[in-house]
Design a protein around this ligand. Structure first.
Ligand SMILES: NC(=O)c1ccc[n+]([C@@H]2O[C@H](COP(=O)([O-])OP(=O)(O)OC[C@H]3O[C@@H](n4cnc5c(N)ncnc54)[C@H](OP(=O)(O)O)[C@@H]3O)[C@@H](O)[C@H]2O)c1
Length: 293
């Protein structure tokens, strides 16, 4: 039996996180083909294996047999070919946006009518993908970010209006070990790219700068790295766990005339808010341009 029917399903809300109900879905006999397991497709593979897909049921198809074999070895999955799509419960598309026109139509002749197609590519739409797939109904777009590979990602889930509950449930179950899954309409996808898809790179840049300055101040690089990473992680977890507004949490570290007040004033003089807003806006704008808007 396809586990397609046995996965959990529920109503979409405006924004929700995966729940233990998703994690409990039995995916051990679900078959998945990932077409394009690079950075993002690879992160998906790691999350899907953590969600319970069996390595022998997770096939990887890259641009060549050699590349599929190498990726499968690195990710503890199984190399495959497009012929594996014939029996797949789910097909995940992880190729670059400019490769979609060439790759997606080649799936059509292999796809089972009830198979879920989950596409993680930016710069496309459900309508464009539906057309490339010849009207396949069981289609879901997902906009993840790379922290998915360590179970701390953010993924926007965008089901086609025609997708059945079983497909949407299977998409959720596949992502149940990936971090936060949010339901937001497709037209919010560009904003999501600025806030989540591209945002890890903004945070990595900030972390890199903080480590370099800690080293300049005399802390050895390995300790500087550990200290900065824990500070960034600890600050995020503190806000998550207390639910405090960041301005309130910041004011609690700022004594009058103290070190933190001096540091925050320097950040504001450096234009940190404008720089971050500019980065998010630039990423969102680029995404709009790429999808032809
Ligand atoms: N990176 C991110 O943070 C991020 C975030 C959100 C969404 N995305 C989306 O994720 C997608 C992939 O991005 P990426 O950064 O992961 O790219 P990537 O690392 O270059 O991966 C692309 C993968 O596609 C494979 N591929 C290329 N041509 C193929 C073909 N004809 N048949 C099968 N596989 C083929 C490549 O295999 P070879 O190595 O053999 O060429 C490679 O494994 C993009 O559409 C992007 O918009 C990425």
């Amino acid at each position: 039996m396809s586990t397609h029917e046995s996965t959990s399903t529920r109503e979409s809300t405006s924004s929700q996180q995966t729940t233990p109900e998703d994690a409990l879905a039995d995916l051990s006999s679900t078959t998945v083909v990932v077409v394009g397991a690079g950075n993002m497709g690879g992160a998906f593979v790691t999350a899907a294996l953590a969600a319970g897909i069996a390595p022998e049921n997770l096939r990887i198809v890259n641009s060549s047999e050699e590349s599929s074999r190498r990726a499968a070895e690195d990710l503890d999955a199984t190399p495959g070919t497009l012929a594996d799509v014939d029996d797949a419960d789910a097909v995940v598309i992880g190729v670059k946006p400019y490769q979609l026109d060439a790759v997606v139509p080649s799936l059509r002749e292999h796809l089972r009518e009830d198979a879920l197609v989950l596409c993680v590519a930016a710069g496309t739409t459900l309508a464009a993908l539906g057309e490339l797939l010849g009207g396949h109904r069981e289609l879901v777009r997902a906009m993840p970010n790379t922290p998915m590979s360590v179970g701390e990602g953010v993924t926007q889930l965008m089901p086609s209006p025609e997708a059945g509950e079983a497909s949407v449930g299977l998409a959720r179950a596949l992502l149940s070990a990936s971090g936060l899954v949010v339901d937001l309409p497709e037209d919010k996808g560009h904003a999501l790219i600025g806030a989540a898809g591209s945002a890890p790179a903004f945070v990595f840049t900030m972390i890199d700068a903080m480590i370099d300055e800690a080293v300049r101040q005399g802390i050895p690089r390995p300790e500087a790295t550990r200290i900065v990473l824990q500070t960034v992680k600890g600050s995020a977890v503190l806000l998550q766990e207390t639910g405090e507004h960041p301005a309130v949490a910041r004011s609690q570290v700022m004594s009058p005339g103290g070190t933190t007040a001096e540091g925050v004033a320097a950040l504001e003089r450096g234009g940190i808010r404008a720089a971050l807003a500019g980065a998010m806006d630039a990423a969102a704008s680029r995404s709009r341009t790429m999808s032809g808007e």
